[in-house]
Design a protein around this ligand. Structure first.
Ligand SMILES: NC(=O)C1=CN([C@@H]2O[C@H](COP(=O)(O)OP(=O)(O)OC[C@H]3O[C@@H](n4cnc5c(N)ncnc54)[C@H](O)[C@@H]3O)[C@@H](O)[C@H]2O)C=CC1
Ligand SMILES: O=C([O-])CC(=O)C(=O)O
Length: 367
């Protein structure tokens, strides 16, 4: 082959490659546009007539949780006194004409609500009011999670991913796990992503950097005022590479006091200000939690999830405890090997101790 023929061959290969690339892009775009290709996933939201539910369902229907190419069928559960409001939510979902939304089931029957669901976001329950701790709503809420465990166990799709949001979130998730023994423990989690996001927000404000440049904070333990937001391994992406948050903040006193209490008490501060507990940020965090679990965490980044302890970092098993996790192919795994100093150890153990106490109170409420 002479050099002219060789050049012509290269040119042809280039034209074919570019055409194939463009063709695949067009097909992908069209598939997204008309939502072909993927079967709808069924997503259950309990407590859907409440304030988190009202913020959450449009986020799910707009693809913020499972992606812009994933059709959804929403299953909405609430209790009889809220049925009229629930129907109102259903009407608004229809009126929003969300292209990804392929159906809405609105019901007060837990068995019907759980039928074949792939994802279950358990928000139903009673929120705390000003002056209460989250465990003060324990007696009302744990019995809900005992009853709904059975409905999920009997009717949800195999490998349904469950996220408990209602407080006390870790202990409700544990009760759900105990009363649904056939659901694998890897599929039952609770929401601590809101606290994780609050920690990112505080660091971003302190350093006056875009929040998306801050990563790898950790929220250890209980979604309660004993939670431990930890920045010892957190970094900020800067023009000259990743720098540690400790180094950039350069104020150990602030990080060990005000930062921690601000994150721990943020829920209470919002109740004081709004006279209602967080809803928009809770709904957004629930989307983040499920999105990262299903679609994976970005390379080099971890997030915080309340998961069943396997004894990692000396945290007793038999608790749902918030750990740093990475997610891949729909599975979470606890980040291993992080160095824990004495200050952190104490805080991690204190929040584990509270979870042990909550577990005992929950069991006594159910007897
Ligand atoms: N883990 C977290 O980060 C956060 C958790 N929460 C918790 O989420 C829960 C919901 O909060 P909001 O939406 O603000 O409360 P809300 O009172 O506005 O809504 C709760 C809904 O649950 C319904 N409900 C009660 N019992 C039910 C049952 N057995 N089955 C189905 N639905 C039932 C109620 O009728 C109501 O519509 C509360 O427990 C709150 O403390 C709130 C913010 C953040
Ligand atoms: O504080 C509350 O009761 C609601 C909640 O869990 C939060 O905002 O973190």
């Amino acid at each position: 082959m002479d050099s002219m023929e060789y050049l012509q061959l290269l040119q042809k290969i280039l034209v074919v490659s570019v055409s194939l690339y463009l063709f695949s892009k067009i097909i992908k775009h069209m598939a997204t546009f008309i939502n072909v290709g993927k079967e709808p996933l069924r997503v259950l939201v309990t407590g859907a007539a409440g304030q988190i539910g009202y913020s959450l369902v449009p986020m799910i229907a707009k693809g913020m949780m499972l992606g812009q190419d994933q059709p959804i069928i929403l299953h909405l559960l609430d209790i009889e006194p809220a049925m009229e409001a629930l129907n109102g939510v259903k009407m608004e979902l229809i009126d929003s004409a969300f292209p990804l939304l392929k159906g809405v089931v609105a019901t007060t029957n837990a068995m019907e609500a759980c039928e074949d669901v792939d994802i279950a976001i358990m928000v139903g329950g009673y929120p705390r009011k000003e002056g209460m701790e989250r465990k003060d709503v324990m007696s009302e809420n744990v019995s809900i999670y005992k009853d709904q465990a059975a409905a999920l166990e009997m009717n949800a799709a195999p490998n349904c991913k469950i996220l408990v949001v209602a407080n006390p979130a870790n202990t409700n998730a544990l009760i759900l796990k105990e009363f649904a023994p056939s659901i694998p423990e890897k599929d039952i989690t609770c929401l601590t992503r809101l606290d994780h996001n609050r920690a990112l927000g505080q660091i971003s404000e302190k350093l006056n950097v875009d929040v998306s440049y801050v990563k790898n904070v950790i929220l250890w333990g209980n979604h309660s005022s004993t939670q431990y937001p930890d920045v010892n391994h957190a970094t900020v992406i800067t023009d000259s590479g990743e720098k540690s948050v400790n180094e950039l903040v350069a104020d150990d006193q602030w990080l060990k006091t005000e930062f921690i209490t601000t994150v721990q008490q943020r829920g209470a501060a919002i109740i004081k200000a709004r006279k209602l507990s967080s809803a928009m940020s809770a709904a957004s965090a629930a989307c983040d939690h499920i999105r990262d679990w299903v679609l994976g965490t970005p390379k080099g980044t971890w997030v915080s999830m309340g998961v069943y302890s396997d004894g990692s970092y000396g945290i007793p098993s038999g608790l749902i405890y918030s750990f740093p996790v990475t997610c891949e192919k729909g599975e979470w795994s606890i980040v291993q090997g992080l160095k824990i100093d004495e200050f952190s150890r104490e805080k991690m153990d204190a929040t584990a101790k509270e979870l042990i106490e909550e577990k005992a109170i929950a069991h006594s409420c159910l007897n």
